[in-house]
Design a protein around this ligand. Structure first.
Ligand code: ADP
Length: 671
């Protein structure tokens, strides 16, 4: 049997077959298909497929019905441009869905042209991209939150002296903070991904932590311990450490985070020890609470995950970052007992935690504004703190300052160190100034006590030394007549040694005065060249060991403290003598450049390595090297010189080539 043959003409049959295929295609696609008049005024047909409102017969107000009010203008513009260019219309925009909610569509329409090239009609498709759009928005929000957290976290980890780190389950470091990198002397690249052994831990020490990590994975409980081992520079130190599990949304351990604190100093005070263990106990409890909170937020996140199944992969990555930084952040904040704050540069809104309020003597439930916090700073420091803060918020200045406050309710004096970091907010409309405040009252009081002690001892030592000097000088006068060479030269040497001792004690006394703000600068106009002349005469008479050449100096008037500038000159000269071989040449000069008297002492001694040059003006700093063992000193001479010159609005600096010699300079404004 053969099929009855179709009697229609060929063209008609071809058209029918095409229409048939087209309608099959329309049925098969999930997209919405529509057709419009040439000027887009009339929607001829639209099958909304449950997403948009159907247009079963020609409709004129289709745009009002379907397009979301806020996007009307954008859609109209795109239509006008497609019509005038006779090109394909293509646009992502919001629509009013059948269920009354707002959704997103990707709409694309093609113009059908007649033989003259004029538009006959438009045929288009619209697909529902709501899920993707909502997903993208949620992802963007999560990423912004992650970045905000990261900024806070970076500020804190950079500011803490504690060691902070995170281990993966394979015992390898996945995070270490700056303090730990500095202690190891390593960079991030050559420390991350390495095991404890590879990062230089002794085998017993590495095994101990690995056992602890195993235990944490099994029990999900934190471990606190104490360990003592030698530090490369500081000798044997005692460390207190806390390791805590980082849980994923299923409540399984996915990493182990830890902080380690150097408690050597604290160990030395027995009563303090008792206090400390109470404190650590509290920290421990706080950490457990933190863990529970985290587990709760993990559960919430899991629910959100289900809803966003389509973009789950990307979201998980972003969320992971937040979790890591949150753990590290809470660890750091609770372990170090910091107060944290945040300032919006436009509104000046000051957001703080309750620990910060406590540090300013406020109750946790009270509001605290920037002005109220500044009011608690002591009178002497308030202007300084205000200037630094304003400068940091509005001029991107550094912010790391130490100042005393008196608590509002408890009237307690506390010394605080505040560190902050300014970043533009992702929105670009304001800057976010974030930071931490640490209570350093104990260190500060310790420092003050030490300083007072040094001052007292130096002062007490001076009295007997002065009378010794008097007696020796009397003896020298008397015995000179006896012509006893041995006695005379012994007395002379004793006198010289007493002179050195007096100079050392004066040095300590000056440091102590400087620290407690008791040093006075008495300005008077004088000629610097005459002061240099005095130094020249004195060195000719007393220093036979070196060849000291003074270049001629013109009259150079300065408004300065003559004694103190004399001290600086003597200090630089005696260092040049001390750090260069006997018989070598030392050049002293003073010239005027751009309104500044520039004094210099150039030696041909051991020189200073480039790394050490910026540090030699620090208090108690001495270069550590083999060749320094035989040269005595306390590292206070240059510190005093630089403090004196700073108080004259001058500048002091050193230039040196290691092994060849050094030049020390200072510059003072002339009058
Ligand atoms: P002190 O000499 O008592 O150690 P200073 O504060 O005067 O203390 O100097 C600090 C350090 O700077 C010294 O310990 C020394 O290492 C280095 N230093 C100072 N002057 C010179 C110099 N002229 N040449 C080489 N090194 C110097």
């Amino acid at each position: 049997m053969t099929e009855p043959s179709d009697k229609r003409p060929l063209t008609e049959r071809l058209i029918a077959a095409n229409e048939h295929r087209l309608s099959a295609l329309v049925t098969a696609t999930s997209d919405i298909i529509y057709s419009l008049s040439a000027d887009w005024k009339v929607m001829r047909e639209l099958d909304g497929r449950g997403f948009l409102h159907d247009a079963l017969e020609p409709t004129e107000n289709w745009q009002e019905i379907n397009v979301y009010a806020g996007d009307q203008e954008m859609v109209t513009k795109a239509i006008q441009s497609a019509i005038s260019e006779k090109t394909i219309f293509e646009l992502e925009h919001r629509v009013n869905r059948v269920d009354g909610t707002v959704g997103w569509t990707f709409s694309r329409a093609v113009p059908i042209l007649d033989e003259q090239g004029e538009i006959l009609e438009w045929v288009g498709t619209a697909s529902d991209i709501t899920d993707r759009k909502l997903g993208e928005q949620a992802l963007q929000k999560t990423i912004e939150e992650a970045e905000q957290q990261k900024r806070v976290y970076e500020t804190i980890t950079a500011g803490t002296p504690d060691l902070m780190y995170v281990f993966g389950l394979d015992y390898r470091f996945t995070y270490v903070n700056n303090a730990l990198l500095t202690m190891w002397g390593k960079t991030w690249e050559n420390a991350i991904g390495k095991s404890l052994l590879e990062n230089g831990y002794e085998p017993w020490h590495a095994e101990m932590h690995e056992r602890e990590i195993d235990q944490i994975i099994e029990t999900k409980q934190s471990i606190r311990g104490e360990v003592s081992f030698p530090h490369a520079v500081l000798g044997t130190r005692v460390y207190d450490y806390i390791l805590i599990p980082v849980l994923n949304e299923r409540g399984e351990v996915e990493a182990v985070a830890g902080t380690t604190r150097d408690i050597t100093e604290r160990k030395q005070f027995e009563e303090k020890l008792a206090e400390t263990s109470d404190e650590l106990q509290a920290i421990n409890e706080e950490m457990e609470a933190t863990n529970e909170e985290q587990a709760a937020s993990n559960e919430e996140l899991a629910v959100a995950n289900l809803e966003l199944a389509a973009i789950n992969e990307q979201l998980r990555e972003a969320r992971h970052k937040i979790e890591e930084s949150e753990v590290a952040l809470r660890l750091a904040v609770s372990a170090a007992n910091f107060g944290t704050w945040h300032i919006n540069s436009v509104t000046r809104a000051f957001t703080t935690d309750s620990r910060l309020k406590e540090l300013f003597g406020y109750y946790p439930e009270e509001d605290l504004s920037i002005e109220q916090a500044l009011a608690q700073v002591t009178d002497e420091y308030r202007d300084f703190v205000t200037t630094k803060l304003e400068n940091a918020i509005y001029n991107n200045g550094d912010y790391d300052i130490t100042y005393p406050v008196i608590g509002l309710h408890d009237q307690r004096l506390r010394w605080l160190r505040a560190i902050g970091n300014l970043k533009a907010d992702p929105s670009g409309t304001f800057s976010a100034f974030t930071g931490v405040v640490m209570d350093i009252t104990e260190q500060k009081q310790d420092e003050i006590r030490k300083n007072d002690f040094i001052g007292m001892v130096s002062h007490e030592l001076k009295t007997p030394l002065t009378s010794m000097k008097g007696y020796i000088q009397m003896l020298m006068l008397k015995l000179r007549k006896l012509d006893d060479d041995f006695t005379n030269s012994s007395l002379e040497k004793t006198n010289l040694q007493i002179g050195k001792m007096t100079a050392m004690i004066n040095g300590f006394l000056n440091v102590s005065r400087l620290e407690s703000g008791k040093i006075n600068i008495d300005l008077e106009p004088f000629d610097l060249s005459s002061l240099i002349k005095e130094a020249e005469e004195e060195s000719l008479a007393t220093i036979p060991s070196h060849n000291i050449i003074f270049a001629p100096v013109e009259t150079t008037m300065v408004n300065a403290d003559k004694d103190k500038i004399g001290q600086v000159i003597n200090n630089l000269l005696s260092n040049a003598i001390k750090y260069s071989p006997a018989g070598s040449t030392i050049n002293v000069a003073c010239i005027t450049v751009d309104g500044f008297a520039q004094f210099s002492v150039k030696d041909q001694g051991m020189g200073i390595k480039e790394d050490d040059i910026p540090k030699i003006f620090d208090r108690y700093y001495r270069v550590e090297a083999q060749h320094m063992f035989s040269i005595s000193g306390f590292g206070i001479g240059l510190y005093l010189c630089s403090e004196i010159i700073k108080r004259h609005n001058g500048k002091i600096w050193a230039e040196s080539e290691f092994g060849k010699g050094s030049t020390f300079n200072f510059a003072l404004p002339t009058i």
